[in-house]
Design a protein around this ligand. Structure first.
Ligand code: SF4
Length: 189
């Protein structure tokens, strides 16, 4: 039976991809070229613009709005990453990178091809990302080494956690999780 519902809904939010998805350009809200707080080592962090979650206490509320930000070519970001031999990897944060999954996946694949790691943050749950059956989401999942999932929940805030703000958020080992068919959590406090 056709329910009349179209699109991809996660936690009641419509994550349907835009009709004109561009894979050459990211709409970003900011960059941290040498972050030491968004994952292990020195990381080039890209904060994508736009997030469907409106978590109370969000660290980057200015990145929630989809109409803000500025466009940057994937090639330009890649050049900046290649130019810094100190980097250990790329972190895709935001905002929610899965709202621009196709372009994020292209950048992540190119960064992994350089031998660097990729960490991707999202307000979605790992299980919802896989259940959605979206090709662009699966491509970004496969281009990531670690996914940090789940919204920020103020009641579970813990400043002693590594690389995340609240205790519900999981550091998911992507390769082992895909092989196991379930979320495999990295044993970091
Ligand atoms: S998912 Fe992250 S970026 Fe989005 S509102 Fe929540 S804390 Fe902010």
């Amino acid at each position: 039976m056709n329910s009349g519902i179209t699109g991809v809904f996660v936690s009641g939010r419509d994550f349907s991809p835009p009709a004109d998805t561009c894979i050459d350009v990211l709409n970003i809200g900011g960059i941290e070229p040498e972050s030491i707080v968004d994952g292990p080592g020195f990381r080039y962090t890209v904060f994508v613009q736009g997030c469907h979650f409106r978590c109370p206490g969000c660290h980057n509320p200015q990145l929630q709005n989809f109409s803000g930000g500025r466009e940057m070519a994937i090639g330009e970001l890649l050049c900046a990453i290649k130019a810094n031999p100190l980097l250990d990897g790329l972190t895709l944060s935001g905002g929610d990178p899965f709202t621009q999954a196709a372009a994020c996946a292209v950048l992540a694949e190119k960064v992994r091809a350089l031998g660097l790691s990729v960490i991707t943050f999202t307000g979605c749950l790992w299980e919802d990302l896989l259940d959605a059956g979206r090709e662009d989401w699966l491509r970004l999942i496969e281009a990531s080494d670690i996914i940090v999932d789940g919204p920020f929940i103020m009641a579970l805030r813990d400043i002693d956690l590594h690389f995340r703000g609240s205790a519900n958020q999981r550091l998911i080992d992507v390769r082992r999780s895909l092989a196991a068919g379930r979320a495999v959590i990295l044993p970091l406090p």
